[in-house]
Design a protein around this ligand. Sequence first.
Ligand code: GDP
Length: 197
Amino acid sequence: MIIRTAEFHVSNSDPAKCPEPVKPEYAFIGRSNVGKSSLINMLLERKNLARTSATPGKTRLINHFIINAEWYLVDLPGYGYARISKKEREKWELMIRKYFLKRPNLVNTFILVDARIEPKKADIEFINWFGQEQLPFSVVFTKADKLTANQLASNVADFKAKLSETWEELPSTVITSAETGEGRGELLSLISKGNEA
Ligand code: GDP
């Protein structure tokens, strides 16, 4: 897929106000600092389209981007902020639940995990919730350039082993680097296939 146009469309705190669900949609989510903005910018070949908030936890909005006037990329607020209050966390949970459970045009969600670190509780909990709700998703490993091939293979295997404790069927995985562009073609081809289906 060639990215001809990529534009910011709208931000919402209320999932009910998201755009009419008439175009296929792909969501991106992960722990704070996982490399989500970098990955989205790499994918769309735009420098600053997706921006990291200077204050983690402050950007609690659902951000829709329209790509090639054809599909939506959705940048969702992340989880796992250390300094977030209980009240804020509950607000996030409510918003995220409402979004994921009521979005008929959502084709796939890319759940980002940092390839460098061991499976984190917040990631596993989020993935398990997704599985329980039978929502489609892929696990995207970020920052692959920071590891040797052996370290990467070992971390990916550890992550899959952790998921195997709960799930018989494992999700598809994509290894990426915003630095080298690794995984870009694979992600875009998953999106193309989803758009055709
Ligand atoms: P976000 O909070 O999930 O949106 O994360 P950012 O995209 O802002 O990235 C967090 C930090 O990780 C920044 O310092 C990025 O430069 C760095 N980073 C993100 N992706 C990569 C990557 O693929 N490779 C390397 N080496 N660093 C990355």
